[in-house]
Each structure stands twice: as C-alpha cells, then as structure tokens.
Design a binder for this molecule. Structure first.
Ligand code: OSB
Ligand code: MG
Length: 368
C-alpha cells in the first residue's frame, strides 16, 4: 500500500458523567481521529491521548503535532506500507506510543478492509464476544458510588473497577463489598501511592480484590516488586508497561502478576498482541484496558480482548457508559458481553452526520 493522504480530525465528545481519577477529571473527551487514505482504500485510527499529559507524558495536541511533523511524513516515504512496516519505520522516533498506535491502527484498518478481513480474525480472536467490566470514577460520596455501581451491575457488567486515591480507598471498597457481596471487584490507583504506603494498601487484602492496578509511579518497577511482597492482593501494571520488553522486565522482577494490555499505551495492536503472548508464556493473565474510546477505538479493543490470554473482563464497556451518542453504531451490552465486530477492518465506520456534528477541526497532513 502507499499512503496518499492523512486527515487529522478532532472531535469533542461529552461524557455522560464526569470521570474522576487521581490525575484529574474528564468531562468532555477531546479525541484525535486519524484517517489514512491509501491506494487500497482508507482506514481509521483513534488516538487515545487525553487533553493533558497527566495519565502519561502524551497529550492530544502533542500527538497531533508529532504525527504531522514526523510520523506521517516518515510513513509517506514507504512504498509498500502495511501495519508491520509502521512500527519498523517509526522506531527511530522515541516515545509517542499513542500517536504511533493511532496511525498504525488506521493503516491496519485500511489494509484489512482491502483484504476483507476483520481485526478479530487478523489478531487471532478465539471467541465471538467478550465479557465486560466497567471502570468507576472517584465520587463525591459513598452513597453516590453505591448508586453508580448498582446501576452498572443492573446493566449486566461482570466486573467492577473502582478508581482509588489516598483518602478514597478502603472505605469505598468496604462499602461496595458490603452492599454487593462477592461481585468481581478490582481497584486502580493510577500511580497515586508511594512504596511507603505498603501497610496501608495491605488493608485492602481482606476484601478479596482481583487486583490492584498501578499503585506506584510509572518508573517504579522495583517499588511494585517490593509492594508485591507485602500486599496479598495481586499487583497489575498499566502505566509501567510500555512494550513487550518492559512487560518481560516487570514480570521477571516480580513487579506484577497480571497485566493491563492497553494498545494505545504500547504503540498499537501488534505490540499489544506480543505482550499478551509474552504474558501467556509466563502464565500471567491479561485483560484489555481502555481510554474512554469512541466506537472506533472500542471496536479494535474488543477484537483484542477476544484473544486467548485475555482471561479477565476488560475495561471494554458499552458505548452508553461513555457517550449518549457514539460516532459509530453503538456497542451494546448483551448478557454482560460485547460482540466482536466481524466486518472488514474495524467492522465499524463513523456515521457521517454524527461525525460532522462533533468535529471541531480537520487538518490534512501535506505529503510530499
Ligand atoms: O488507568 O485505566 C486507566 C481512563 C483514562 C485513562 C486511564 C484509565 C482509564 C480508565 C477507563 O480506567 C477505562 C475505560 O473504560 O475506557
Ligand atoms: Mg489504569
């Protein structure tokens, strides 16, 4: 394939409710969509970068900038482009995983649409639907949290993840356990703790959580290994895992026994699949993380979550958990599951009218 032009489109997607984490509150997702036009047809990728560089170093304006200045021009020079060539071509540019993931996904979508193959089939999906969890933000009060969790359980979600931070951890976990019994429950700290909090975090042990996600800083792999020796709850890493190499190191050091595979964070679906395979070889279960994606990003995440080692429910919630109106036909929960799309490529496309309604800017990247 040859890249003919790339469109960088920004859309504003109001969330159905504010989503609060230890690093900030999202109310409207400012999403960058990448549309790759090739001589074999077009493809879409969604960039997961948030507005501010607080979850990780990436942010949406930075992702758009690096794509326009460096990544897209490098790819435009490749005569026989496919998804595997994207990572190779972009390897000289350090970091910028979410920007790289977005363009690699767009190229893969174009390639698979042209070949008539779905993401699920290409990646190696083993099932036609995936069990879904939901990530529940920090709330103003425990009663408000119990209302929210009750609503998600009524909707059929099979696992609840609570965002935690110092001052909002043991009490909300205890309250959810007391009200909802032995529901599958886990927590995500988004790096809000220090290794000196080990004894405090061990107070979560009696609640039989599936895991605690990323309690310590992104670069504190040894700290997580030390914590794993103090706390009985399994440690799962999110932010720290940026590649198959960092996953191998974290596992070997005993820093985690479960991995959140988030394609955006590792540069795309090819690296995400490598991580899942590496984890399988080490007996480490994985699950598919999310970044409040629209239906475009969700389609690819659901395909990935259908791979064999994804044995825990992912943060692959239905469209209406995030957005009143999605830019694709909505993903709907059925019996706690989402169906893996079967059409060519992502299997979903933006609805043109809806897309226009939410678009805030469109930039064509000039290709020489
Ligand atoms: O840490 O997993 C995270 C959302 C934005 C940034 C980071 C995270 C999250 C979530 C929500 O937990 C996952 C989702 O439902 O998409
Ligand atoms: Mg996380």
């Amino acid at each position: 394939m040859k890249l003919e032009s790339v469109e960088l489109r920004r859309i504003a997607m109001p969330l159905v409710a504010p989503f609060r984490t230890s690093f900030g509150t999202e109310t409207t997702r400012d999403v960058l969509l990448v549309r790759a036009r090739t001589d074999a047809g077009e493809g879409w990728g969604e960039c997961a970068a948030l507005a501010e560089p607080k979850y990780s170093a990436e942010y949406v304006d930075g992702a758009a900038d690096v794509l326009r200045r460096y990544l897209v021009p490098a790819l435009a020079a490749v005569p026989d482009l496919d998804a595997h060539a994207v990572g190779r071509t972009l390897a000289p540019f350090t970091g910028h995983f979410m920007a790289k993931a977005a363009i690699e996904t767009a190229v893969l979508d174009a390639q698979l649409r042209a070949a008539g193959q779905s993401f699920g089939s290409f990646l190696g999906a083993a099932v036609d639907r995936v069990p879904c969890g939901v990530s529940v933000g920090i709330m103003d009060s425990v009663p408000a949290l119990l209302d929210a969790v009750g609503g998600y359980l009524d909707a059929g979600y099979l696992r609840i993840k609570l965002k935690i931070e110092p001052g909002w951890d043991v009490e909300p976990v205890r309250a959810v356990r007391e009200r909802f019994g032995d529901v599958a429950l886990q927590v995500d700290a988004n790096t809000a703790y220090a290794v000196s909090d080990a004894r405090h975090l061990a107070r979560l042990d009696p609640f039989d959580l599936l895991l605690i996600e990323q309690p310590l800083a992104e670069d504190d792999v040894l700290g997580h290994a030390e914590l794993a020796r103090t706390v009985r709850t399994p440690i799962c890493l999110d932010e720290s895992i940026t590649s198959a190499r960092t996953a191998a190191a974290a596992i070997s050091l005993g820093a985690c026994s479960i991995v959140n595979v988030k394609p955006a964070r590792v540069g795309g679906y090819l690296e995400a699949r490598r991580i899942a395979e590496l984890c399988a070889a080490h007996g480490v279960p994985v699950w598919c993380g999310g970044m409040l994606e629209t239906g475009l990003g969700r389609a690819a995440n659901v395909a990935l979550a259908a791979l064999p080692n994804f044995t825990l429910p992912g943060d692959t919630s239905a469209s209406n958990r995030y957005y009143a109106t999605d830019i694709t036909p909505p993903f709907e929960l059925a019996d706690g599951h989402l169906a893996v799309p079967t059409g060519p490529g992502l299997g979903v496309s933006p609805l043109p009218e809806m897309l226009e309604d939410v678009t805030t800017s469109v930039v064509e990247v000039p290709l020489r």
